[in-house]
Structure formats: C-alpha cells, structure tokens
Ligand binder design. Structure first.
Ligand code: DC
Length: 220
C-alpha cells in the first residue's frame, strides 16, 4: 500500500507557515496538520492540571490522556473549544518550553502521523521534514526576518483588538527562535533536502504559488 503524499512545511514562529500550509492544503484538497497547535494544546492542558513545565515525564504521560479533535476550523480539547485560548503569547512560550522534552515529542509522534490520509497531507511545524515525515515528497523551510515576523504578528493581534507592543513581540519571538533552534531533541533546522522559501518580501499568494509550483515539479 502506498502512503499518501506529504508536503512538510517547517519554519520559525510567525513565519506565516500556518497560513501558507493551510491554503496549499485547500488548493490541493489535502488534509492539514498544524503540529504547533498540538504543542499548544499540551501547554494549555498542563497549565490547567498544574504540571510544571520542567517535568518532562509527567508532561509525556499527560499527552495520551488528552482528547484532541480538529473539526471545521475548531480545535477541541477534552470537548471544550480551545481554538482561541491556545493562541496567546503565554501559551506559545509555554509550548516552546515543553517542546524541548523528548518525552513530550515522543508522545506526539503517533498522533501526528495519524493525520496522513489520502489524498495527501500538508503538515506544518518545526520537525515535519526531519522527524515526523522524513519521506515527504516536498520539504519546505519557510522563513522571514525576525523584524518582518514581529510586524506580522503585531498586525494580527491589533486586528483582533488584542493590545500588543512591537518591541515585546520581537523579543519574545527571538527568545522562542533561540530555544526552538538550540534544543537537543528535534531542533528547528533546515532539513536535508528542504527548499528554503524566504517570505519577507512575498505576499501570501506568492508564497502559496511557489509551494504549489515546487510540488508540481516534484510529482511531474
Ligand atoms: O508553530 P507554533 O508557534 O504554533 O508552535 C508553538 C511551539 O510549539 C513552538 O514554539 C515550538 C513547538 N513546536 C515544536 O517544537 N515542534 C513542532 N513540530 C511544532 C511546534
């Protein structure tokens, strides 16, 4: 049995990979995995349970107990809507911290691979190409300068009516980049065979088109 094709899109926080990946999935009629949302869900659930973010083993045990579902643009955690609550900066930072534990990463592998279904999957995260789907047909490392990413995040928050400071966002983002890139287990890196897409000066449409073109040339 041949496995469904995977397009892996990795990159740093606020690089726009989520937006690009979900649009590519929509264009191709593929499934979509937002793996960062899984780490954020573990962050939210463990905070509610009062588990220390440094306790890798206990965080790892928590993962299989979580009831996670993605339905029509909604993310449910144990039956409750967590779509918005996982998007705060605080939960993002907590997710980045707990993602350094091998126990947590290991506990999430099966769940992530379960998203691979016909006709195909677009998966975004940090280690999609290197660890979770090393046989991905197309591997993209989508990035932008820290300044461009901070500005995008700022505009998103302001548009949602959430107060934000550009300087604070830039600092948090650099802190998160440093941690995601330097951890021992599955650090954020350009995987072997990955094509780098620098989006600082690209529109979303241009980035989506580039990924679709790269995919077409892979399967041609
Ligand atoms: O993509 P995001 O910002 O929603 O991800 C939140 C955090 O989760 C990120 O800082 C690092 C972690 N993460 C990870 O370690 N591996 C992934 N595949 C996805 C996210």
């Amino acid at each position: 049995m041949t496995l469904a094709p995977v397009i892996a899109i990795d990159g740093p926080t606020a690089s726009g990979k989520g937006t690009v990946a979900s649009l590519v999935a929509e264009k191709l009629g593929f499934h979509y995995l937002d793996s960062g949302a899984l780490y954020r869900l573990v962050a939210l659930a463990s905070e509610k349970e009062g588990i220390d973010v440094k306790n890798g083993p206990e965080l790892g045990f928590l993962v299989p107990k979580l009831l996670i579902s993605f339905e029509k643009g909604q993310i449910l955690l144990n039956g409750e809507d967590a779509t918005e609550s996982i998007r705060t900066e605080a939960i993002g930072l907590r997710a980045s911290a707990l993602a350094a534990h091998p126990e947590v990463r290991r506990a999430l592998v099966g769940l992530q691979r379960g998203f691979r279904k016909a006709p195909g999957l677009v998966a975004d995260g940090r280690d999609m190409a290197s660890v979770i789907f090393p046989d991905a047909v197309l591997k993209v490392f989508l990035t932008a300068t820290a300044a461009a990413r901070a500005e995008r995040r700022y505009k998103q928050l302001i548009a949602k009516g959430i107060p934000a400071k550009l300087d604070d966002l830039l600092r948090d983002l650099q802190e998160r980049d440093a941690r995601d890139s330097s951890r021992g287990t599955a650090p954020l890196l350009v995987a072997e065979g990955a094509q780098v897409l620098e989006t600082s000066d690209l529109s979303i449409d241009q980035a989506v088109k580039t990924v679709l073109d790269w995919y077409q040339s892979k399967i041609a």
